[in-house]
Design a protein around this ligand. Structure first.
Ligand SMILES: *[C@@H]1O[C@H](CO)[C@@H](O)[C@H](O)[C@H]1NC(C)=O
Ligand SMILES: *[C@@H]1O[C@H](CO)[C@@H](O)[C@H](O)[C@H]1NC(C)=O
Ligand SMILES: *[C@@H]1O[C@H](CO)[C@@H](O)[C@H](O)[C@H]1NC(C)=O
Length: 300
């Protein structure tokens, strides 16, 4: 007896083979909105590195960075240079100025400002702001304004939105927070400035503040030596997502496409944290392939 159409048998076998990946129940997602998510970040509890999980979260396909001063949209992640870029809705740009309370990183957060981030404090009190008194004495809490930032200040103050306020240029203070370490907190109330702007690049338009790239860049490290964990690398190679067990030890877990978690990776023959009663899906797929071909040849 011949099957009416071997093609149908072939197609359905292909469908059966790929079914396990179609009904994937991977808890940890590989993207959040349009942003690819890779170690050390994760889309939820149990995903990524537990040190980063409280600060970077994915909710309704929106990746958010949280700190004590607020929640900020993550606009992009540069995985090669290990920098995340965020935007602060209270930040001023060339097209819009607005009051802000500032921006701060939590002292224990595994982030520090990226080298390319430049802050411009706007409309500061030249008589009472500590930034105009610091630098000379022993209190180096706040740096003096960067003399190289003067051109950034004058360009920013030439923007229509800012020029309308007709502020003297001396009320603008630019500095790069590189040396301040991760505990830096830009409290504008304390600094007696009403708003701020931050840039992460000039977009090759050094003299055109409308074209600048506004935002804040935050550097991160994988660990003290900044080594990419080997376990995670092999987990990702096997199509898994790196995560951790929600036990007190937060030990490494590899979240596999079928939703199971392993202590190593998602390749066949590894130890399964879920017990051995489940067949790894690759074995299951192989069995289905053999079975399908067996049926196919038996009918032909
Ligand atoms: C795998 O780990 C994730 C994240 O911790 C968890 O939400 C999920 O329930 C785990 N899956 C299994 C099958 O244990
Ligand atoms: C240093 O800061 C402290 C408090 O922040 C202040 O009382 C003191 O006067 C400052 N000293 C100098 C030299 O500015
Ligand atoms: C400032 O620093 C100098 C030495 O660096 C020290 O002798 C002096 O006591 C310090 N002054 C204050 C007010 O801390």
């Amino acid at each position: 007896m011949k099957p009416k159409n071997p093609c149908i048998v072939l197609l359905s076998s292909v469908f059966i083979i790929f079914l396990p990946s179609l009904i994937s129940s991977q808890t940890c997602q590989k993207t959040c909105g349009k942003i690819p998510i890779k170690y050390p970040f994760g889309t939820g509890p149990g995903c990524g590195d537990p040190r980063f999980q409280p600060y970077v979260t994915c909710s309704q396909q929106q990746l958010t960075f949280s700190t004590h001063t607020g929640c900020y949209t993550i606009t992009s992640i540069d995985y090669n240079n290990q920098v995340i870029y965020i935007s602060d809705p209270t930040m001023s740009t060339c097209s819009c100025t607005q009051p802000s309370k500032g921006f701060g990183l939590d002292w224990d957060a595994p982030f520090s400002f990226s080298d390319d981030t430049v802050f411009a404090l706007l409309d500061c009190s030249t008589t009472s702001s500590p930034i105009y008194r610091a630098g000379g004495g022993n209190n180096s809490t706040f740096p003096m304004c960067d003399s190289q930032g003067a051109s950034i200040c004058s360009l920013l103050y030439s923007c229509e939105a800012i020029s309308r306020l007709s502020l003297p240029i001396s009320t603008c203070c630019v500095y790069t927070p590189v040396d301040l370490g991760p505990s830096f907190d830009m409290n504008l109330e304390k600094l007696q400035c009403t708003s701020y702007s931050a840039l992460v690049g000039f977009n090759s338009q050094e003299t055109n503040p409308e074209g600048w790239k506004y935002g804040i860049g935050l550097k991160y490290k994988f660990n003290f030596n900044n080594d990419y964990p080997e376990l995670c690398a092999s987990c990702e190679k096997s199509n898994g997502v790196c995560g951790y067990n929600n036990s007190p030890y937060k030990s490494f877990a590899c979240n596999c496409p079928d939703g199971l978690n392993t202590t190593t990776d998602c390749f066949y023959g590894q130890s399964w944290s879920h017990g051995s009663r489940f067949l790894p899906w690759k074995t299951g797929t192989l069995l289905i392939v053999f079975f399908t071909f067996f049926i196919l040849f038996a009918f032909m």
